[in-house]
Write a protein that binds this ligand. Structure first.
Ligand code: PNS
Length: 212
């Protein structure tokens, strides 16, 4: 038998991987396991952010990320310094859970403190961040390099959402909502309804006559 003959039985018509042509002893030596996937460990990625609120751009990135990683944990940052939030962390988590319930390898959580500490706690080896335009790059680079300095075992992976979301951000969505502008196509319907309701609540609270 040729040394390069496939060493594993495969389904008829199945695609032959380069590693299939190696004998098991060599596959082991160069770090390929018998499943043909190599010695890649499970990639658990954290997708951190404020998500105030989740937009279609975030969901686009989640849909891309869940195909790349074994597990994707969406982590809403509890950032007491970032004032002016429209939704509390629990509400953001609830909306994200509703929007991702159908995706098997995606979970939603929240975290406080350093992102790298949270990654260690969750055994995560990657952080997913979205880059929409060159303007995002400077801040994202600074954050990724600082995170690498804090915890070199965690890699930051940048992905691009679809071009149609390249101008979209939670901040701009909050602003449009505050002026009663159109939100169709920018956020899921459920989020749109909650945005309108929240703005209404804020207006009513602002005009309420304080009781003595
Ligand atoms: O959606 P955002 O607001 O751009 O997300 C920013 C976020 C939450 C990812 C970032 O502020 C963060 O990681 N906060 C946790 C605190 C931390 O680890 N800071 C050091 C980053 S170098």
């Amino acid at each position: 038998m040729s040394r390069l003959a496939p060493t594993r039985s495969r389904e008829p018509g199945a695609r032959l991987l380069p590693s299939d042509c190696l004998p098991p002893w060599l596959r082991h030596k160069i770090g390929l396991d018998l499943a043909g996937r190599g010695q890649l460990k499970q990639i658990i990625a954290i997708y951190p952010g404020s998500f105030d609120p989740v937009t279609n751009g975030h969901l686009d990135l989640i849909n891309r990320g869940c195909k790349l990683f074994d597990r994707l944990i969406i982590a809403v940052a509890q950032n007491p310094d970032k004032g002016g939030a429209l939704f509390c962390v629990e509400e953001r988590v609830e909306m994200l859970k509703a929007m991702t319930a159908q995706i098997e390898n995606v979970t939603v959580d929240s975290f406080e403190g350093l992102l790298m500490n949270y990654c260690i706690e969750k055994n995560a080896n990657a952080v997913l961040r979205g880059i929409r335009a060159v303007s995002d790059y400077e801040f994202e680079l600074q954050m990724a390099l600082m995170n690498r300095k804090i915890e070199p075992r965690v890699e930051t992976v940048f992905m691009m959402p679809a071009e149609k979301y390249s101008y979209l951000s939670s901040r701009i969505v909050r602003e449009i909502a505050s002026f009663g502008g159109p939100l169709a196509g920018l956020v899921p319907d459920m989020v749109e309804q909650r945005l309108h309701r929240r703005i209404q609540e804020q207006r009513s609270a602002a005009f309420a006559i304080p009781s003595k």
